[in-house]
Design a protein around this ligand. Structure first.
Ligand code: ZN
Ligand code: ZN
Length: 424
């Protein structure tokens, strides 16, 4: 790394959760994300209070709790500056703030800040201030560029220029979403210069599978359950992969009937508004989504739910992704009576979700990629050619296996010094 540039990991490298990176150049310092970790009722980044006051700016990549839940703590340590984020991320913040709070309370722990502190933070919208050359000027000697990271509507990668040094942060990144678009910094932004350090999402460690492998497995399972006369419940988060899944089912197995809870349908229809789809979806997504949505049966309330469950088999999408809340729990109870039905998870599962899986129907879990594994990290490093790489978002074992793989492939600039620092 350039001598005048320093990255401090306050959380998020060598672990899954509490993403928080402080970047310092000679005269400036900034913070990338400030999240929580869902363990022991909430773990927060290792914030260095005396360094918070001198931060010039704070940037938020997206609205997930593992990137934002500790932001109000910055107020307590005297940060009075701006939090830069996209408008779409800002829209999602209150829901994720409530989700974090209910997680903390459910574990019998206390919140380390007041719920009203969220309103005391100063938000600035990155997407309102981008110039034609692709840069957003934050202050003299500090500017940034950004683009969609394909992880969630509103989620972004960031390219920061601090006193002439370039830092890339992928945020949570996936180039494999069916509908969400993901870009990379344009070469014109680099203008022949090298990126000094790249902080890269490597949440799946050295996992080598591409998205299509997982999707094929998942769709085959849906087909098998449907043919044996069973319902499939797909528990999904309100914002995120559900949208991709209905399009994949509709395109690859058009005969499988899909039903979805009305809150999901409302969210999908909202994304189809031009101002939102234009910024976050791929160019061909609208027609795909339109076609899939026209075939989805709406479930609005208890009566609809019962009618579906007592009728012909359906693929049913319902919140939430871990089946910890209604209406997914009710579906789970109903379906668990009969072994022909299946509950198919596609995301991260907590211990509480596992407790539910001992009962009558089939429980299976497939990955739907919203982060990066080996081939994805490899592509990113190859394209960006950064001088140093910091791999983040996975535990130490997974990260080290990935570093080993990359080193064998000839990437010798992958940096694990910072990783050791934070896992000690
Ligand atoms: Zn995320
Ligand atoms: Zn994350």
């Amino acid at each position: 790394m350039q001598e005048h540039l320093k990255v401090d990991v306050w959380g998020g490298a060598g672990e899954h959760g509490r993403s928080c990176y402080r970047v310092e150049s000679e005269e400036l310092s900034i913070l990338l994300d400030c999240g929580g970790k869902k363990e022991y009722g909430g773990i927060y980044p290792q914030i260095v209070p005396e360094q918070v006051r001198s931060l010039n700016s704070v940037f938020l990549s997206h609205a997930h709790e593992d990137h934002m839940a500790a932001l109000p703590l910055l107020l307590q340590y005297g940060y009075t500056g701006d939090i830069w984020l996209t408008k779409e991320t800002h829209r999602q913040l209150p829901a994720y703030a409530r989700a974090w709070q209910s997680y903390v309370m459910s574990q019998g722990m206390k919140m380390p800040y007041e719920a009203t502190d969220w309103e005391k933070l100063h938000y600035r919208f990155i997407d309102d201030e981008a110039q034609e050359d692709g840069w957003v000027s934050i202050m003299p000697e500090l500017r940034l560029s950004f683009g969609p990271s394909g992880h969630l509507p509103g989620s972004i990668w960031l390219l920061l220029e601090l006193e002439g040094s370039l830092v890339f942060y992928s945020g949570d990144y996936s180039s494999e979403s069916t509908l969400l678009q993901a870009t990379m910094p344009d070469q014109s932004l680099l203008n022949g210069r090298k990126i000094d350090v790249a902080i890269i999402d490597a949440a799946y460690g050295d996992a080598a599978e591409e998205q299509s492998f997982h999707v094929t497995q998942l769709l085959n399972k849906l087909d098998v359950v449907y043919k044996r006369g069973g319902h499939v419940l797909l528990p999904v988060p309100l914002i995120g992969r559900g949208l991709d899944l209905i399009v994949e089912i509709n395109e690859q197995h058009p005969k499988l009937p899909i039903a979805a809870e009305i809150n999901l349908i409302n969210e999908w229809e909202r994304l189809m508004q031009w101002s939102i789809s234009n910024q976050w979806l791929r160019s061909d997504s609208l027609s795909k989504l339109d076609d899939a949505l026209s075939k989805v049966r709406h479930i609005a309330g208890e009566v609809d739910r019962r009618l579906i469950l007592e009728g012909e088999p359906y693929i049913i999408l319902s919140t939430d992704g871990m089946m910890l809340a209604e209406p997914a729990r009710s579906y789970g109870k109903w379906l668990s009576d009969n072994s022909k039905h299946a509950i198919v998870f596609t995301g991260h599962l907590s211990e509480d979700a596992h407790m539910f899986t001992g009962e009558g129907c089939e429980f299976v879990s497939y990955r739907y990629k919203v982060h990066q594994g080996l081939p994805d990290v490899q592509r990113m490093v190859l394209e960006l050619q950064p001088l140093q790489v910091l791999l983040v978002h996975a535990n130490v074992d997974k990260t080290e296996r990935l570093i080993k793989h990359l080193t064998n492939l000839g990437y010798n600039k992958v940096h694990d010094q910072l990783l050791q620092q934070c896992s000690s």
